[in-house]
Design a protein around this ligand. Structure first.
Ligand SMILES: [Fe+2]
Length: 255
C-alpha cells in the first residue's frame, strides 16, 4: 500500500531568519536529516514577531534565504555521499512562517502573505500563558472567521486545553510537535487533541541540528495508522486552501 505524503509542518530551517538555523550549511544538514526520515515536504516556518518585523522585510529575507538554500542544497547533494534513495527523497521546502499572535493582529497589513506559500493556511503561535488575555484570543478567532485564512495553532500541547478548545470551536486547527508525542507527560494532552479530532498537522519544530527528526520518526511509529490519517489531513488542508497545481496535486512553488 502506498504511504501518504509525509509533511513536517513546522521547521526552523531557513538560514539567518531566526535562531533555528545559523547558516546555509546547517540548513542543508537539517534537510538531509529530514530526507533520512523520508519526509517529502518541509514547511519552513521561521519566527515572525509582529513587534520586531515588518511583513515586507521578513518576506524579502525569506526569499533570499530560500534562494540561498536552493543553490547550496544542489551543491551539498553533489558533495555528500548520500545514497541514491536519499537523494531521490530530498524533501521539497515550502515557505511559511510561525507568526506570534498579539491582540489586533487580524488588522496587520499583509498578514495573508505570511500564509504557507500558495495557500491560505497560517501557522500561528500564542505568547506565554499569562499574556493569553481575551483580546488576544478574540483576535486569533477573527483571523479565522473574518480574514479568509485557515489558522493552524502551532504546538497546541503547550497551551491550556481550555484555550485551545476555545480556538478549535472557532474553526482553528491544531499542529502537534512530534517530540511531545514521544514524551510521556506531554503526550497526554496530544492524545486529548487527537481524540477531539482537531489535529491537522505534525511538526518537528527543529532548531539547529538537534534530535527532532529522530523524534519525528519515533512519533510516526508510535502513532501508526493515526499518523497516516494526520498526514492525509495535512495534505488535504493544503489542497483545499489553494496549494494545488494544474494536475490537482499538492504543490506550491517550493524548492
Ligand atoms: Fe517553532
Amino acid at each position: 500500500m502506498k504511504r501518504s505524503i509525509r509533511i513536517d509542518f513546522h521547521a526552523h530551517i531557513l538560514p539567518g531568519l531566526d535562531h533555528g538555523c545559523e547558516d546555509v550549511g546547517v540548513a542543508c544538514r537539517q534537510l538531509e536529516l529530514a530526507a533520512q526520515q523520508k519526509i517529502d515536504v518541509v514547511v519552513a516556518t521561521s519566527h515572525f514577531y509582529p513587534h520586531l518585523h515588518t511583513v515586507e522585510s521578513y518576506l524579502r529575507k525569506r526569499t533570499e534565504a530560500m534562494q540561498a538554500l536552493k543553490m547550496q542544497w544542489k551543491v551539498y547533494q553533489s558533495m555528500v555521499p548520500s545514497s541514491k534513495a536519499e537523494r531521490q527523497s530530498a524533501p521539497k521546502v515550502l515557505a511559511g512562517a510561525e507568526v506570534l499572535a498579539c491582540a489586533g493582529i487580524e488588522r496587520m497589513e499583509g498578514l495573508q502573505r505570511l500564509c504557507i506559500e500558495g495557500t491560505r493556511v497560517l501557522l500561528l503561535e500564542l505568547p506565554f500563558a499569562k499574556q493569553q488575555e481575551a483580546a488576544l484570543i478574540a483576535s486569533v478567532c477573527r483571523i479565522q472567521q473574518e480574514c479568509g485564512i485557515q489558522v493552524v495553532l502551532a504546538h497546541a500541547e503547550r497551551y491550556s486545553y481550555r484555550t485551545v478548545m476555545e480556538l478549535v470551536e472557532a474553526g482553528i486547527l491544531v499542529q502537534l510537535n512530534t517530540a511531545s508525542i514521544c514524551s510521556l507527560r506531554k503526550n497526554r494532552l496530544c492524545r486529548q487533541y487527537r481524540k477531539a479530532g482537531c489535529v491537522a498537522a505534525l511538526g518537528s519544530d527543529i532548531h539547529g541540528i538537534d534530535k527532532k527528526y529522530r523524534s519525528f520518526a519515533k512519533a510516526l511509529k508510535r502513532l501508526g495508522g493515526a499518523a497516516e490519517e494526520i498526514m492525509k489531513r495535512t495534505e488535504q488542508l493544503l489542497l483545499q486552501n489553494g496549494g494545488r497545481d494544474e494536475e490537482g496535486k499538492c504543490d506550491c512553488t517550493g524548492i
